[in-house]
Design a protein around this ligand. Structure first.
Ligand code: FMN
Length: 415
């Protein structure tokens, strides 16, 4: 099964069923342009055997970054350099994840982030400011920016885009009744809250040609009281099918409820072979089955916690999942897909003992540090201490975020 090819509705052919899920690289230069480090990294991942490479998130708006050194896909993007990054993956299809972080923009990047509605700051070690509500014309501009970014990715030779509507970023904030309290056309019932996402999908389609893949990463749920639920998610899947998306990736959680890393999702975990396998795998497998029923013709990619070949084969054989997404395993073992395809069993990951929120920053930075090493042409360093990685995250983002804030603003204002 893992070795079988898959053709997306766009016509994009994937040679097997393993995809590298998005991982922020934080490797752009001070103008947020792609670099040789991206090229080295994606060459390594392409050689590792994945059938599809989803890039780390590219920002659609220069003022609001998820990390200080994200690539920004606005009119200042160096398309030739992005093209080189694409070419470094050779024949392996690459799609760019596009994102706007909204209220999850840290305070070193923007003191006042934007969100569907004004609300409290994301409570995470004081890293985030209180967001203000976007005006309707600003929402239109964000939607248009997803279209512009898609067109630029197509010009650079990428095979498609993935709109990031998961993990509590702006498009997911619109979906969440907890964060989106708007009473205009961008809020209200599920269809109203999905308006921004659907408009962004339409903008991506309108800006690109036939055969260009348009996909969406969606939360199964926010894992918080009063937030986006699995029932909401199922309805959004139906709406995305009507828009003709080519692939839906299922994930879950936000910065406040980091289910994406398996924290707090024990209840929905899938446990290998009928419960005898104690390894917790595939955090969102239960929702993938619902998504499959709601989207009969659209391939479903499932990401989060999947580690063993047995689990991968079982998920594919069960029919709910068409593509296995792997993130952290490929940051520490870029050649893993090739090994799995040749019959290897899978990997075990180090476990972390930091408190939840610091643990998420630390865990994420631990993997990001490994990605940085791969981009520099080095090997991974499994002995790196998690607490050092967590403090590196805060100080690194603070120094670069603040130092380059003025330059980012000036460039954003320049025609
Ligand atoms: C260092 C790092 C960076 C990440 N960056 C992104 C990102 O840019 N976009 C995204 O959708 N998910 C991102 N994720 C989440 C992964 O795509 C994935 O959903 C999550 O790690 C669970 O999958 P896994 O258990 O295979 O790691 C990131 C994860 C890590 C570890």
């Amino acid at each position: 099964m893992l070795n079988e090819s898959l053709t997306l509705p766009s016509g994009l052919v994937l040679s097997n069923r393993i995809a590298k899920a998005a991982m922020t690289e934080n490797l752009a230069d001070a103008d947020n342009q792609p670099t040789g480090r991206h090229e080295r990294l994606y060459r390594r991942w392409a050689e590792g055997g994945s059938a599809l490479l989803v890039t780390g998130n590219l920002m659609v708006e220069r003022r609001y970054l998820e990390r200080s050194r994200n690539i920004v896909a606005d009119r200042h993007l160096d398309v030739v350099r992005l093209g080189r990054m694409r070419q470094s993956a050779g024949q392996v299809p690459m799609i760019a994840q596009l994102n706007h972080p909204g209220r999850q923009t840290n305070r070193f990047i923007a003191r006042t982030p934007v969100a569907p509605s004004a609300s409290g700051a994301v409570p995470m070690m004081g890293l985030f400011g209180k967001p203000r509500a976007l005006a309707p014309d600003e929402i239109e501009a964000v939607v248009a920016a997803f279209g512009t970014a898609s067109a630029l990715c197509e010009r650079a030779g990428l095979d498609g885009v993935q709109l990031h509507a998961a993990h509590g970023y702006l498009l997911a904030q619109f979906l969440s009744p907890h964060v989106n309290r708007r009473r205009d056309e961008w809020g209200g019932d599920v269809a109203g809250r999905a308006h921004a996402l659907l408009a962004a999908v339409r903008a991506a389609r309108a800006a690109t040609g036939d055969g260009f893949t348009v996909s969406v990463k969606l939360n199964s749920s926010d894992f918080r009281h009063g937030g986006f639920t699995e029932d909401d998610a199922e309805e959004v899947v139906r709406l995305l099918v009507q828009e003709g998306v080519d692939l839906i990736e299922v994930s879950g959680g936000t910065y406040e409820s980091p289910a994406l890393f398996g924290i707090g999702v024990e209840g929905s975990a899938w446990t290998g072979d009928g419960g005898t396998n104690s390894v917790k795998e595939a955090y969102f497998a239960a929702f993938a089955r619902r998504a499959r029923r709601a989207a009969p013709g659209v391939p479903i990619m499932l990401t989060g916690g999947i580690r063993t070949r047995a689990a991968m084969e079982a998920l594919l054989a069960g029919g709910a999942v068409d593509l296995i997404g792997l993130a952290r395993p490929l940051a520490i073992d870029p050649e893993l897909p090739r090994a799995l395809l040749a019959g290897a069993d899978g990997v075990e990951l180090p476990s972390y003992t930091l408190p939840t929120v610091a643990g998420m920053a630390g865990e994420s930075e631990w993997y990001e540090t490994q990605i940085r090493r791969l981009g520099a042409g080095q090997d991974v360093d499994p002995s790196l201490r998690a607490i050092r990685a967590a403090s590196g995250f805060v100080t690194g983002e603070m120094v670069r975020g603040l130092r380059e804030q003025g330059a980012r603003r000036r460039l954003a204002d320049r025609p």
